[in-house]
Write a protein that binds this ligand. Structure first.
Ligand code: GDP
Length: 531
């Protein structure tokens, strides 16, 4: 948080950069669609539908990976809402792509957590929440599908509080549920929001209310539902904390809105909440210092690389989160890793379905930079300073397989393809010290299929994945003498990753424990920072 610093300039202060986290099927795609609709970015709901990832089959996934354009334009979306600029960064829905998700979450200042009112906190929600928590990311909660039979409101709130160890403050309160769902009482603004079931894209009718005794309530809510609402709100006031922005911003409290994304209900209130209470662009950590968004010099960090958007050209788009400054098109920036200057002549902004040249961008914005492979995940762009942004994790893969080119003469080709995917962050590639060939590591099994298909498509190279004798990988670091001793004895288990770092491969946790015990000076880790 920016304590004791002057307020941000208005252009930066109006930016809200966030991601949506949800268990598949909770309604992330539907909510995104409504955000864009209310943000004026699309004319009709339904356009984003094709991008929903959760229920896709394997072949859909491969098809989608081939259809690079779609997943790219869904990766970051910018739109205006009232006087705010929202940057919504997409997190891949499928758990197989969770590593990408984790990295995405380093590029945002807040997350919207969508839960299904009937299901509550589900496994993927919890996993993603934990990642947000690592960074104390502020979280705003949307409890979706209130038009269906939902759980008791207190029960939902209790579950979040207990399961995720975060205070929950109701921003709205549902009136009835399922077929009897009428709408919500807007606690923050003392208003009644009534859902229109007839027109799904219509914004709810809003009625200002003067406290819970206002007779206007009786005109709109049947007596029984009204007495229940009064009782529940009374209890909520006693038992649950009021919204406190500082607690939201430090990640210890989440406000919750109830609604139905598909009925466009509650979405605007949520957007208002993001605008009013959500964080401005936050300082970004680097090895040497924090970078503040209002610094004059432009700085940014690559958090995602998407390759071959156009299969005919081997171009890639690096997604950069601007950490500071005011960027204008044509700027010359220093690529810190290679120490070379890059002129950013055709940066793109993603306005819903369209890509547009970004004439300018501010701290907090996400721009796409087309390039031919110079830009990698973790790379910094600055106006000169040799910054190294920290906190972008790389995870040890949980599944390992050997890979061979269908045609043995194409081994070099395969190597090139694999290194490209490694740079893109799509897989870990290990070259064993002994023997030929490569071992590829991923987090989820679908990634092998996607990789095989992409190598075949983009490099005209049929490949075979085959079982590997290893199932875990750990990065190893330590003093040279100890490393040498360790490597000499464990040759059959040692490999190098695509950055040249040493990796220990094994099938047994026991092995990892043994090494930790026998070589106390070595550090075995399951994550490393990308750089
Ligand atoms: P995602 O997997 O999280 O992206 O979820 P989707 O947005 O694709 O939604 C999953 C399913 O729930 C779809 O069939 C949606 O039409 C449906 N859905 C989304 N929001 C609502 C809602 O508010 N009410 C109801 N009844 N269904 C919804």
């Amino acid at each position: 948080m920016q304590q004791n610093r002057p307020p941000l300039p208005p252009e930066i202060a109006r930016r809200r950069t966030f991601a949506i986290i949800a268990h598949p099927d909770a309604g992330k795609t539907t909510l995104t669609e409504k955000f864009l609709l209310f943000g004026g970015a699309i004319q009709m709901a339904g356009q984003v539908r094709a991008k929903g990832e959760a229920r896709r089959t394997k072949s859909d996934f491969i098809k989608m990976e081939q259809d690079r354009g779609i997943s790219v334009s869904a990766s970051a979306m910018s739109f205006d809402f009232r006087e705010y600029r929202f940057n919504l960064v997409d997190t891949p829905g499928h758990s197989d792509f969770s590593e990408d998700t984790y990295r995405t979450l380093t590029a945002v200042d807040a997350a919207v957590m969508v839960i299904d009112g009937a299901k509550g906190v589900e496994s993927q929600t919890r996993k993603l929440f934990e990642v947000c928590r690592l960074r104390d990311l502020p979280i705003l909660t949307f409890c979706n599908k209130m038009d269906r039979e939902a759980r008791d409101t207190f029960e939902i709130i209790d579950e979040i509080q207990e399961n995720l160890a975060i205070d929950v403050s109701p921003a709205s309160w549902p009136i009835g549920s399922g077929r009897d769902f009428l709408g919500c009482y807007d606690i923050l603004n003392d208003r009644l929001e009534l859902m229109d079931r007839a027109d799904r894209n219509r914004v709810a009718e809003t009625i200002s209310i003067n406290g819970l005794d206002d007779p206007k309530l009786e005109q709109h809510i049947p007596a029984e539902a009204l007495s229940r609402l009064r009782e529940e709100l009374e209890m909520a006031r006693e038992l649950l904390p009021a919204l406190d922005r500082d607690s939201l911003l430090n990640g210890s409290m989440t406000p919750i809105w109830f609604g139905s994304a598909i009925n466009s209900f509650g979405v605007k209130e949520l957007m208002d909440g993001i605008a009013k209470f959500g964080p401005e662009p936050q300082p970004q950590p680097t090895a040497a210092r924090e970078v503040f968004p209002d610094e004059d010099a432009v700085t940014g960090v690559v958090f995602k690389v998407q390759a071959n958007m156009d299969p005919k050209h081997r171009d890639r788009v690096a997604f950069v989160r601007l950490a500071s400054g005011h960027f204008t098109r044509g700027m010359k920036l220093n690529h810190v890793r290679s120490k070379k200057a890059m002129t950013i002549s055709s940066p793109v902004l993603f306005l819903a379905a369209d890509r547009e040249l970004a004439e300018e961008a501010w701290a907090g914005d996400i721009i796409g930079i087309p390039n031919h492979g110079q830009l990698r995940i973790g790379d910094a762009l600055t106006e000169g300073e040799a910054l190294r942004f920290t906190g972008i994790p790389s995870f040890a893969p949980e599944l390992l397989q050997g890979v061979r080119a269908g045609d043995p003469l194409k081994a070099k080709h395969l190597e090139k393809a694999l290194l490209q995917f490694a740079e893109e962050g799509a897989a870990k590639v290990f070259k064993p010290m002994i023997g030929s060939g490569y071992i590829v590591g991923v987090v989820g099994p679908l990634q092998f299929d996607v990789l095989a298909s992409r190598i075949e498509q983009e490099y005209s190279l049929p490949v075979r994945f085959e079982p590997s004798q290893f199932s875990s990988a750990r990065w190893v670091q330590g003093p040279k003498a100890e490393m040498d001793k360790f490597m000499a004895v464990n040759k059959g288990h040692i490999a190098q990753d695509s950055d040249g770092d040493t990796v220990f491969l094994t099938r047994l946790q026991w092995d990892i424990d043994r090494i930790t015990r026998d070589y106390p000076e070595l550090k075995l880790t399951a994550t490393k920072e990308m750089m």
